[in-house]
Design a protein around this ligand. Structure first.
Ligand SMILES: Cc1ncc(COP(=O)(O)O)c(C=O)c1O
Length: 457
């Protein structure tokens, strides 16, 4: 069975680079294919394995394809894929050291490595999560809890830019901060938070009796990759004694490159930082990470003693419990894939791949600048947004419609994949490169396709 499983996994990796990126089957066809009564009796395991490849693989969107440019979705490193299968085989529930001794130490090492990679240095305090949303939630939970001593939730306010990831807005609401006190600070022309407005709003809110609790800055927004003015925001947070959370779910690993090393100084001043190995560190889903400056805070929020989980170990290493630092009790061994990728590839090679992705985005922008019928709308890190605009005669509505048609055709044909966004109300084509397989030929292919479908190629 093991060999068949490995063969089918390898087939998934191989075909994921060759097959059309998106299945052509419609919703009702997929439903009909998969809908079945509860199986009361089993079938041969070989048949089940076969159905992974024969039935399910053709219904997958292939995110590891070299021309997958949608959302913020990485090409998973095969080392991470196999490590993830091994994590299931080991079946470690990372509640506490006593339940998973080696795995717990691996995760703690991984936290220290990630911290070192991006220059945060809370010495590896934090937790691996299911992704960026969960990491952002944990960060805000700590910030609002810390503020509870001086202000009830209905008087607390949190701040982020209008470009901030939706997960932070949701976290604020779930944590009981009133929607109108989740303050969305306007951005400048480059979609970076306007720090002078942040400061003004903090003052105004304090005068109105609210208690500013946290500022959530972005180290790479999901829309255009915009990076907030992190140093200025850190200055404001320090002066105002407000928690600084940086959402680097997508962009934080770029701080390991020379070009974006300047972000490290601000990371070193933040109270918490999210970063997602399942985005730009090439790990398969799911694994995010929250790095934290002061571990006593997570212990104060999440530590809750109960008879059936009591820790009897006295050794400080062996007493450690992840359930004292996060919401989950049983946790998947997510660290194994990150540990394995970092060990097998080496951090330098991974950083070089990140640097190359940024270079590919710059090459994409250069070509957009050279093509008269393409209009650049915004870019940073490895995201570029643009649109097809053959002349200035079309109305905005017609340009939107044309670009919608271009994107839908590319996606339907399955040869490349982008996701759309809206920038100042304009429909934009958005390409995000967090992919170790993408080459300059793939970038040219994408733009050739846009021009061809638009009618200019
Ligand atoms: C900047 C940013 N923050 C948070 C998230 C949420 O991460 P996840 O989808 O892993 O929950 C994303 C997702 O793309 C993101 O780009």
């Amino acid at each position: 069975m093991g060999q068949r499983v490995l063969d089918s996994m390898w087939e998934a990796v191989r075909r994921g680079q060759e097959d059309p990126i998106l299945p052509s089957a419609r919703g009702h066809e997929i439903r009909e294919l998969l809908d079945a009564p509860l199986p009361r009796e089993g079938i041969a395991v070989d048949e089940v394995i076969e159905s992974w490849v024969d039935t399910l693989l053709p219904l997958c969107r292939h995110n590891g394809h070299p021309r997958f440019f949608g959302y913020v979705v990485t090409s998973p490193d095969p080392v991470g894929i196999f490590a993830d299968a091994m994590a299931s085989a080991m079946n470690q529930g990372l509640t506490a050291w006593r339940s998973a001794p080696g795995a717990t130490e691996v995760e703690r090492v991984v936290l220290r490595w990630l911290d070192e990679l991006v220059g945060f240095s809370g010495e590896g305090s934090g937790i691996l999560t299911s992704g960026g949303s969960s990491a952002n939630f944990h960060a805000l939970a700590l910030a609002v809890r810390k503020a509870d001593v001086s202000a009830p939730r209905h008087r607390q306010a949190i701040y982020m830019s209008t470009e901030a990831h939706v997960s932070m807005k949701k976290a604020g609401r779930v944590l009981g901060v009133p929607d109108e006190q989740i303050r969305l600070v306007p951005v400048d022309a480059s979609r970076r938070m306007r720090t002078e407005l942040l400061l003004a709003w903090l003052h105004q809110d304090r005068e109105a009796g609210l208690v500013p609790v946290a500022v959530c800055a972005s180290a790479g927004g999901a829309n255009t990759g915009a990076i907030d003015p992190l140093e200025q925001i850190a200055d404001v947070c320090e002066a105002q004694d407000v928690w600084l959370h940086i959402d680097g779910a997508y962009g934080a690993p770029a701080a390991a490159t020379t070009k974006y090393a300047w972000m490290r100084d601000s990371f070193a001043r933040a109270d918490s930082l999210s970063l997602d190995p399942h985005k730009w560190l090439f790990a398969p889903v799911d694994v995010g990470c929250l790095l934290l400056r002061d571990e006593t805070l997570s212990r104060a929020l999440f530590g809750w003693e109960s008879e059936y989980t009591a820790i009897t170990q006295t050794d400080p290493i062996e007493r450690f419990a992840f359930f004292d630092h996060g919401l989950e009790m049983t946790r998947r061994f997510r660290g194994l894939k990150v540990w394995s990728i970092l060990k097998a590839r080496g951090a330098d090679a991974i950083v070089e791949t990140i640097r190359r992705d940024i270079e590919l985005r710059e090459a994409l922008d250069d070509r957009i600048a050279r093509e008269p019928s393409l209009e650049h709308l915004g870019s940073e890190l490895s995201i570029s947004c643009f649109r097809f605009r053959p002349s200035s005669d079309e109305t905005e509505g017609e340009v939107d419609e044309l670009n919608r048609h271009i994107l839908e055709t590319i996606v339907q044909e399955g040869s490349a994949y982008m996701s759309p966004t809206y920038l100042e109300g304009r429909y934009a084509l958005r390409a995000c490169i967090v992919n170790f397989r993408t080459t300059i030929e793939d970038i040219d292919f994408l733009l050739d396709e846009v021009l061809r479908i638009g009618g200019a190629g």
